[in-house]
Design a protein around this ligand. Structure first.
Ligand SMILES: [Cu+2]
Length: 668
């Protein structure tokens, strides 16, 4: 599919003469360039050439690092369970890598230099081989340096082995990203040396001239007038903003107008991927409801909304059913409202929808600063550190299991939910004594919009959760920072200073609680394993690979340590990760633990027991019954998600040996 000839044709440096769209892969083209939303080409072997090449973004030429000469990279599409071979050829003069975001691959195929493999040296080829027991929308990107910022990202679609529970007539991949004509090294240097780099209000005449040169005079003037009027620092919400970024949909700026077609009455599936380096987006299609059917690649019970906030690295699949013969604007607006990317969905190729005005910059509140001492509703959860009492928000799902949850851990006496070892210091400006439960909130700036918004509490997995055991123990991890010095970390320790990985034993069920001590929203990503958000969803909790943690928020997820290996765990804001907001989760092989887990799950299945919250029966064993109410549900793929299916070759001595070896990599 992606052969060498294709690479040579597009990588020879004549990019600028073709204009904006000719260097895009077919899936990213507009309808006016032939993309009609039918792209079923799937394969099992892929050749991916990583190189540096010019791209045309928003009418200007910049230098990209990417795959097969295009930004975004080619679509990798294959079928669940197939054996996949991906040869990655490094044509750069520096190291590169590819991480398959959200895919349950063996850990040495996970593509994180220094954690799961050494990286791919200049001139080398690395062959990734795996087969995964999952389907859905995912993506891939470099995990080396700052390459992800300059174009090294692309979409992945895994088609279900059985029938797809989502029915649709057409599909489009919508890759959201942020592009700057400044080099990412320069951006990072500026963030580290000047605290308010991308804040317009504090910028100077030379800065202004530079912006005008880069972005055009009128755009610069209107942005400045707007932000001056608001009298607030966008830096407080996003630290790299529209002052340097061009926001893109499938490589197109608003001016380049990516457009897709539909026939009125059709069901159109949009596979939306936030492949940004730093930008959390609000996504909406004014006048058209979106039915969310998938989150982070896994099916959810359809829920209709008008807008949702999307962390970096999250994916959402939505179904839209436009009935009218008109063009609709697909809007991806940055969380700080410093810019947006607008595409068009219309009945004919080449249409351009009216782009909405940018909305007013949202204001951080006392709540976001962790200074809410009120006792309204869900705030209670933060006040009870000792007992791990989530009753406050589990009520919504039905039967309360708080007594069960609160007592068991205390008896066990191993619930370190306080962190006396954590202290304010150079890298930790603030420790939040009163973190808030915010899973029922849509995200910063969407609190008061006049339409339906999504929040994490509304997500219910379509499939019953494969593991509903109570957690064996809890780990509390704090998101910490000193924003002025651009220091970002977990528990106040930068990744470079980490002495010990977060350890789990195979077969364990671990509750991870994240406490955000910063005023920013962080999309936190765990490699190698899905985690079940503790959102009151009983045995239908959403299973995710990335969770957006709001300012001052405390959020918990349960993870079944069933995938042996070393897994990166980090904030997916690129410069936060670079600054040190990263750790490694090591799942150590434990045959006895795995056997114990299997026994427990067998027992629970036999008893029809579900410890996850509702006391209701686990419907997973009743093949004919589908209590979620969707005729579309496909039980065949449930087989594919079976636990045993994605066991690492854990028992294999080779894997264990490699893991030992890799442990040295991050212990400094
Ligand atoms: Cu972060």
């Amino acid at each position: 599919m992606f052969n060498r000839r294709h690479f040579l044709k597009s990588g020879v440096g004549v990019a600028t003469t073709f204009g904006a769209t000719s260097l895009l892969p077919a899936w990213a083209q507009s309808a006016s360039h032939g993309n009609m939303g039918h792209m079923h080409h799937s394969a099992t072997e892929f050749d991916l050439h990583v190189s540096e090449f010019p791209v045309n973004i928003n009418g200007r030429t910049g230098q990209a690092i990417g795959v097969n000469g295009t930004v975004p990279a080619p679509l990798i599409r294959f079928r669940e369970g197939d054996d996949i071979t991906l040869r990655v050829h490094n044509m750069l003069d520096v190291d590169t890598s590819i991480h398959w975001h959200g895919l349950l691959v063996p850990f040495h195929m996970d593509g994180v230099p220094g954690v799961s493999f050494p990286g791919i040296r200049a001139g080398d080829t690395f062959t990734y081989r795996f087969s995964v027991p999952q389907n859905g929308t995912y993506w891939y990107h470099s995990h080396s340096g700052l390459q992800e910022q300059v174009g090294h990202y692309g979409p992945i679609i895994i088609d279900p082995a059985g029938t797809d529970p989502v029915e649709y007539d057409r599909e489009y991949v919508m890759v959201l990203s942020d592009w700057s004509f400044e080099s990412p090294e320069r951006i990072y240097e500026k963030l580290k040396t000047v605290s308010h780099t991308y804040n317009f209000q504090e910028r100077t005449i030379p800065d202004f001239l530079e912006d005008a040169n880069e972005n055009g005079l009128s755009e610069t003037l209107s942005d400045r007038a707007m932000w001056g009027h608001m009298r607030m620092s966008p830096r407080d919400i996003a630290d790299v903003t529209g002052s340097t970024y061009h926001f893109l949909i499938n490589g197109h700026s608003t001016a380049d107008n990516w457009n897709g077609v539909f026939n009125p009455g059709e069901r159109v599936r949009l596979r939306i991927i936030n492949a940004s380096a730093m930008t959390i987006f609000n996504v909406r299609i004014p006048g058209l409801p979106m039915k969310v059917v998938q989150a982070d690649g896994l099916h959810v019970q359809p829920v209709e909304v008008d807008e949702f906030q999307m962390g970096v690295a999250e994916t959402y699949d939505v179904i839209i059913e436009p009935q009218d013969d008109q063009a609709y604007a697909f809007v991806a607006e940055s969380i700080d409202r410093s810019g947006q990317a607008v595409a068009t969905l219309g009945p004919r190729p080449g249409m351009r929808a009216q782009a909405p005005e940018l909305r007013a910059i949202p204001t951080l509140t006392m709540r976001d600063m962790g200074m809410n001492h009120g006792s309204m509703g869900h705030d209670m959860s933060g006040m009870d550190h000792g007992s791990m009492d989530h009753s406050g928000h589990d009520m919504s799902g039905g039967m309360d299991h708080s007594a069960h949850m609160a007592s068991a851990p205390e008896e066990a006496g191993e619930w370190p939910v306080e962190r006396p070892d954590l202290a304010v210091g150079p890298g930790v400006v603030n420790i939040n004594a009163m973190p808030l439960y915010r899973l029922n909130e849509p995200g910063l700036g969407l609190e008061n919009v006049p339409h339906r918004t999504l929040n994490y509490e509304m997500l219910r997995s379509l499939e019953p959760n494969p593991d509903t055991r109570l957690p064996d123990r809890e780990i509390e991890i704090h998101l910490t920072s000193n924003m002025e010095r651009y220091m970002w970390s977990f528990d106040g320790v930068r990744f470079a200073d980490i002495r010990e990985a977060i350890q789990m034993r195979e077969g364990e069920r671990v509750r991870v609680t994240l406490v955000n001590n910063t005023m920013m929203t962080h999309p936190i990503h765990l490699h190698g394993m899905f985690f079940d958000l503790v959102n009151g969803g009983g045995n239908h909790r959403p299973r995710k690979h990335t969770v957006n943690v709001k300012p001052a928020e405390k959020v918990s997820f349960d993870v079944s340590a069933d995938h042996v290996g070393d897994w990166a765990f980090h904030c997916h804001l690129l410069y936060h990760m670079m600054a040190g907001m990263m750790q490694v989760v090591s799942v150590l092989p434990d045959a006895a633990g795995a056997a114990r887990r299997d026994e427990q799950l067998r027992h629970m299945q036999h008893q029809g027991m579900d410890h996850s919250g509702h006391g209701q029966m686990d419907h997973s064993q009743h093949q004919g019954m589908d209590h979620s109410g969707h005729g579309q549900m496909d039980h065949s793929q449930h087989q594919g998600m079976d636990h045993s299916g994605h066991q690492m070759p854990a028992a294999e001595p080779e894997a264990a040996a490699t893991q030992q070896h890799n442990h040295g990599g991050h212990h400094r």
